[in-house]
Design a protein around this ligand. Structure first.
Ligand SMILES: [Fe+2]
Ligand SMILES: [Fe+2]
Length: 388
């Protein structure tokens, strides 16, 4: 199958993967033939595109990292939580005092988050990833801007837990990390005006959101001190230039178990920080989306000053920069006639990411060609560029 952006969809194309709505409902079943009405609906719902069956592209089968119905159910729950929190926005924004005091003034917020249902979803995602023995992130996480916050929350959980699994965290720690990742930006909903899905760093109270998010979790029933600490520290930086507490990193790997040390960033927060930054940069939340490869390069440059180097190194191992289904351009190859051609990755390569197998779609002049399998697996010179 092949991914088509919404504006490339044509009536008569056949859906390669089922499409779930943001309410968890099955919208279009795999095998359905698209017509103008369905294409319009996919566009209106804010999907960036869909996978379509196409002859010549049968071997492209992008795996789903977490079950689509679990993803849709988590999305639905997060939407309801964010909507409920947004009702308090005017009161929180008008309050002239500290964020802690603004929450104290609204004891109803203690019950605003259905924490046991959220914990259940976070645990299901952890178990899904543990059961699938997933150690790599094979899919591009495309986001519809209209539901950015929910998708950012779920994708940050996925990346954080994958990193945590690779650091051999125990299941309880993975569950704490997953819940913290799911709710790390929930406080933004208390600061966002209606119709403003994602508050930006220039918002006057932006720097309050980690504290707000943490307190929402802390104030809900159950003992959630660890989750609260992870959430409140997700914008701290290694050199102490982050916020809100200006904590510092100790440069150790998060796999080394150690207790809280005052003045230092908690080790699980260092995982969430990197997962969050990666997802923000690749999804284009604040500026143009970056490719996974250039994002990892950017994060490597910011190691030691901003991010824990052990976590960034692990991310570079976990993320497949040219996953199955991604569109690529061959910028260099020992086969000169392939240089400049475009295609879709059908077999990824975690050892040597540029040495993949592709189905060629365009020649070096940019003209469409009949699908043709091109293997770069043995080509030591092969270099690819992701087409976003
Ligand atoms: Fe944040
Ligand atoms: Fe975030």
């Amino acid at each position: 199958m092949r991914f088509y952006a919404v504006d490339g969809l044509q009536p008569g194309m056949v859906l390669g993967q089922s499409v779930y709505g943001f309410r968890g409902n099955l919208l279009l079943v795999k095998g359905k033939m698209l017509d103008d009405g369905f294409i319009k609906r996919i566009s209106e719902l804010g999907f960036p595109g869909v996978h379509v069956d196409e002859s010549g592209f049968e071997e492209i089968n992008p795996p789903e990292i977490i079950d689509s119905s679990l993803r849709a159910g988590t999305h639905l729950l997060m939407s309801a939580c964010l909507d409920a929190l947004q009702k308090f926005t005017p009161a929180i924004l008008e309050f002239d005092g500290s964020v802690e005091k603004s929450l104290e003034a609204h004891p109803e917020l203690r019950k605003a988050l259905p924490l046991s249902a959220l914990k259940e979803k976070a645990t299901q995602i952890v178990d899904d990833l543990l059961d699938s023995y997933a150690t790599e992130l094979p899919c591009l996480l495309l986001k519809a801007q209209s539901h950015y916050q929910e998708q950012h929350a779920i994708d940050t959980v996925t990346i954080s837990v994958l990193l945590g699994i690779n650091f051999r965290l125990i299941r309880k720690e993975l569950q704490q990390l997953a819940l913290a990742a799911l709710l790390h930006d929930s406080g933004k909903a208390l600061l966002a005006q209606p119709g403003e899905p994602n508050i930006k760093p220039d918002h006057p109270k932006y720097k309050d959101h980690p504290i707000l998010s943490g307190l929402l979790v802390m104030n809900s029933s159950g003992s959630n001190y660890t989750e609260c600490a992870i959430i409140q520290q997700h914008h701290e930086r290694q050199d102490g230039t982050g916020f809100p507490y200006r904590l510092k990193g100790d440069g150790k790997s998060p796999s080394v178990s150690r207790g809280y040390q005052s003045g230092n960033i908690y080790r699980l927060a260092e995982i969430l920080t990197v997962a969050d930054a990666y997802d923000v940069l690749t999804s284009g939340a604040y500026r143009a989306a970056m490719s996974p490869e250039s994002t990892i390069r950017d994060l490597i440059k910011r190691c030691y000053t901003e991010f824990n180097p052990h976590v960034v190194k692990m991310l570079a191992r976990v993320i497949q920069i040219f996953p199955v289904g991604s569109q690529v351009k061959v910028t260099r190859s020992s086969l000169k006639k392939i240089e400049g051609c475009r295609g879709i990755v059908s077999v990824a390569n975690s050892e040597n990411p540029h040495r993949v197998r592709i189905i060629k779609t365009h020649d070096s002049e940019g003209n469409m060609t009949l699908p043709e399998v091109v293997s770069l697996t043995g080509d030591a010179e092969a270099r690819l560029e992701l087409i976003i």
